[in-house]
Design a protein around this ligand. Structure first.
Ligand code: GLN
Length: 211
């Protein structure tokens, strides 16, 4: 485990490491000079300034989050203002609503998602898209996005905003304040700007002490 630090000058970003492609997220954090920490137990969340929920298999992730009592402390971390990024399965874990009956897990992002929404031929695909919500001037970033058995964001509720769509209008990223859920995988595409946003948010935010 990485050294712990409460200093906001060098924020420590947790990466949920119970399942999925957490290693790629830790590598991306390292690439941009940020400190990452694997999170498996509630104690690993102490002193974090931000958290990443990686892609993987949301059903397995859901079970492990409950088994290791991580749901309440992650919700608490978000409520204290820490930026939270969920990619792919991580975005499903963040969603308030999941189509076709699955219970929501963290309910931190006011969207409805559908798992594996892009069908068989499109199990994996890449697309260039415009992503808003990351730049302080409100402008868009052009991003090369990699989708792997990705969820679609079917609807965005009043508390959240759409920050990226495909050319056909399907929503693939949404933000609610400090919580960002995206259907694609920046950590696989060599894309560092989403992680940079998270680290900058973490640096700017004074995270309230744990309750
Ligand atoms: N299809 C996976 C799920 O529903 C998500 C895929 C991914 O994270 N790349 O959990």
């Amino acid at each position: 485990m990485a050294a712990r630090s409460a200093s906001s000058a060098k924020p420590v970003i947790g990466v949920l490491a119970v399942q999925g492609d957490f290693r790629e997220h830790l590598d991306t954090l390292e690439t941009i000079g940020a400190t990452g920490r694997e999170v498996r137990l509630p104690a690993d969340l102490h002193g974090l300034s931000g958290l990443i929920l990686p892609g993987g298999e949301s059903t397995a992730m859901r079970k492990l989050l409950h088994r290791w009592n991580l749901v309440a402390p992650i919700r608490d971390l978000a409520a204290r203002g820490a930026p939270i990024l969920g990619t792919c399965a991580g975005a499903i874990i963040l969603a308030n609503r999941i189509a076709d009956g699955d219970e929501p897990v963290l309910s931190l992002l006011d969207v409805e998602v559908r798992r594996n929404a892009f069908g068989r031929q499109l199990e994996s695909f890449e697309a260039d898209l415009q992503m808003r919500g990351l730049r302080s001037d409100g402008g868009a970033l052009t991003m090369h996005a990699v989708f792997i058995r990705a969820p679609e964001i079917l609807s965005v509720g009043a508390k959240a905003e759409t920050v990226a769509t495909l050319d056909d209008g399907r929503v693939v990223a949404a933000r609610q304040g400090n919580v960002l859920g995206i259907s694609f995988h920046p950590e696989i595409a060599g894309e560092v700007r989403v992680h940079r946003w998270l680290v900058n948010q973490a640096r700017r935010t004074r995270i309230a002490p744990a309750r």
